[in-house]
Design a protein. Sequence first.
Length: 234
Amino acid sequence: MLTRSYKSFRAFLSPARAIATMKWHIWKMPALWVSFRNIEVHVTPGTAVPNRASSLFASFLVSMIRERKARSLLEIGAGSGAIGLACKDETQLGGVTLLDISPCAVESMQKTLLRYPDSAVDVILSDGLNEVKKAYDLIVSNPPHGDAPAHTIYHRRGNDPGWSLHRRLFGEAHRHLTAEGRLVLFENGSPGYSTPEMFASILEGSPLEIERVVYLTPTEYIWYVMVLRVRDSI
Ligand SMILES: C[S@@+](CC[C@H](N)C(=O)[O-])C[C@H]1O[C@@H](n2cnc3c(N)ncnc32)[C@H](O)[C@@H]1O
């Protein structure tokens, strides 16, 4: 527990988050623009601030999109929208949909799109896949990484109580994937968070299975990506 709190504290101290928090608490500035790769995204204190881990995942996705020649991408829990927008900016992607359960995040994404108008990018307020109507080549997420309780939408930035969002994605994502589509999740494998084995046991009996796990660990955290595909048997 102590280790986990310490790690959360270190994450809290990322430079972008420190500036956002100072502006909010000291100068009462309600929002700011944060640089992420080639773009600037709007964040408020209620929006997850994209960090080095978000960029690590974006790099993985850019390679995967190029290799697979993916044309469409849905980002679940997009927060500021930084990852999905960077993927759109750096690849041949046609359409991108960014969704989040948090109205603050949706408002931030809409403000960012005023700066980068792109008719191929949609933003939706949705709890998981509830409001999603289309199918995509890639469904991606840097989701909440722990399974602790979440008493408010704000807590859902880091907590997925009982892994409920993950369980719903494992049970429903196949309906929104194109024929060769993949679900790609970025996870924290540090002690107290998750392991691919734990998710494999949750996935038993689900329409999806783990195709491969890739560890991306140049930082003090253990970050890994799970690529999931639809089982042949469904
Ligand atoms: C770890 S943050 C990642 C934000 C962003 N993708 C990034 O990397 O900067 C997780 C995001 O998932 C969102 N979220 C949590 N539960 C959700 C749900 N049930 N449906 C949609 N979004 C959810 C949170 O609001 C938060 O923006």
